[in-house]
Ligand binder design. Sequence first.
Ligand code: ATP
Ligand code: MG
Length: 252
Amino acid sequence: MLTPDWPDPSSADPAGKEDGVRELKGLRRRLGHLQERLWADRRFALLVVLQGMDASGKDGTVRHVFSGVNPQGIQVHSFKEPSAEEAAHDFLWRVHQAVPARGWISVFNRSHYEDVLVVRVHGLVAEPVWRRRYEDINAFERGLTDSGVTILKFFLHISRREQHRRFERRLQDPRRHWKFSPSDLKEREHWDAYQEAYADALRECSTPWAPWTVVPADHKWYRNLLVARRVVATLEALDPKFPDLPAGSAPA
Ligand code: ATP
Ligand code: MG
């Protein structure tokens, strides 16, 4: 299958790396300041969804983009195989509980999209069931934005070759063994089915209120830079404000 009109995963000008790394530092600082205003303002929340194949850099993106944010105002949620309790509820139940309250940033490392990705690829529910979920997801995300949550969704797009390189590194470097799971190799066999599932999820659920961004992710510095730029630009557009002093606050 040809991937849709996504940018080439390795598209980054290597000559731009030094400037890119410097720019990222500045963006991290700005993000720290913006988050302080978001926290003080309490009108808005930001939800960042990270999706991508194994080894696409979801953890690395969290570390590199959000490390300048006060830990008091941010939560990172990793969505694994549902527990028995989670599986006994509708698929959005566990996700809804992790949605940021106003003032907060939440980052989802995997998300409700697994329910139209891994679930589809492995046939964990029947096709009519996962097909209905696109609509459920759009309505859910719409409801969140109506209550003050801004949603950004990033697909970290790596090439098959780059994934192979990263698995090799994990196998060879004892400090990276913990990152490797034999199931990653099994999932790799379903590469094309995953790409197709991603293509559909991005097409069906790219809405004006919760857009997807495809991030070329073979180069880590470039991936971090693109995500950071978008997060900072979004918060700047929201323009959270430090509230005024309440009346009667002057010391007697
Ligand atoms: P890492 O390997 O970087 O630690 P990870 O996100 O791959 O992070 P794992 O514990 O390796 O974490 O894998 C979590 C697994 O749970 C993934 O294979 C993912 O597809 C699966 N998963 C997540 N949500 C669901 C879901 N709703 N139904 C079934 N499987 C799910
Ligand atoms: Mg894994």
